[in-house]
Design a protein around this ligand. Structure first.
Ligand code: 5GP
Length: 182
């Protein structure tokens, strides 16, 4: 069988560790938005697994909407160029927005997203990310909620891809070097 698992060098966070941490983050968001009804904005495609699990753990009312941003392509390096591929369906004027991201790396994507959404006059914008890679930050920007910090290595799984693959791994890991040179 051509299994994804044989391409992994190591596992960083197991399915159980991810689920546990998401429960904690959901509780914090429930607490912070007690009397509010935030619009949870998923950034496609990387955040889908995290988004679906996070929202199911939350108890407050929340609405869903989706945005897509141009990605790395097949490379593992950020270009700093960010382009919107799919916009939100509805107005966010006067609303509380929580952007749900897969990973904050250089910070270019987040800066673009926040400044774009800010021009639409929401009541507030916060950012919730599955992963944070502070060592690679170029833009001075920080997520408000974060499940895990990672070091300067390219990670896959639980929504995160390499060349559109490995998104359906239930865990987060690092690929063997030879996979990149295939
Ligand atoms: P930034 O604009 O912060 O540099 O990059 C954010 C985007 O780059 C993420 O949403 C993600 O798509 C991609 N990215 C950054 N680091 C990684 C990584 O380690 N693994 C994967 N699969 N994607 C990454």
């Amino acid at each position: 069988m051509n299994s994804m698992y044989q391409d992994l060098e190591k596992v960083l966070f197991s399915k159980e560790q991810i689920a546990e941490r998401i429960k904690e983050i959901a509780k914090t968001i429930d607490n912070d938005y007690q009397d509010k009804r935030p619009i949870m904005v998923a950034i496609l495609k990387g955040s889908v697994m995290f988004y679906a699990d996070l929202l199911r753990e939350m108890q407050i009312h929340a609405e869903m909407d989706f945005m897509a941003i141009s990605s790395y392509g097949n490379s593992t390096k950020s270009s700093g160029e960010v382009k919107m591929v799919k916009d939100l369906d509805r107005s966010i004027e006067g609303r509380d927005i929580i952007i749900v991201e897969d990973i904050v790396d250089t910070g270019y994507t987040l800066k673009y997203l926040k400044s774009t959404l800010k021009t639409r006059n929401p009541a507030s914008i916060k950012v919730c990310t599955l992963l944070n890679k502070p060592a690679r930050r170029i833009v001075d920007i920080e997520p408000d909620y974060c499940c895990f910090n990672v070091g300067d290595e390219f990670v896959v799984g639980y929504g995160l891809d390499y060349a559109q693959l490995y998104r359906n791994l239930p865990l987060i890991g690092v690929l063997k070097k030879e996979v990149y040179s295939k």
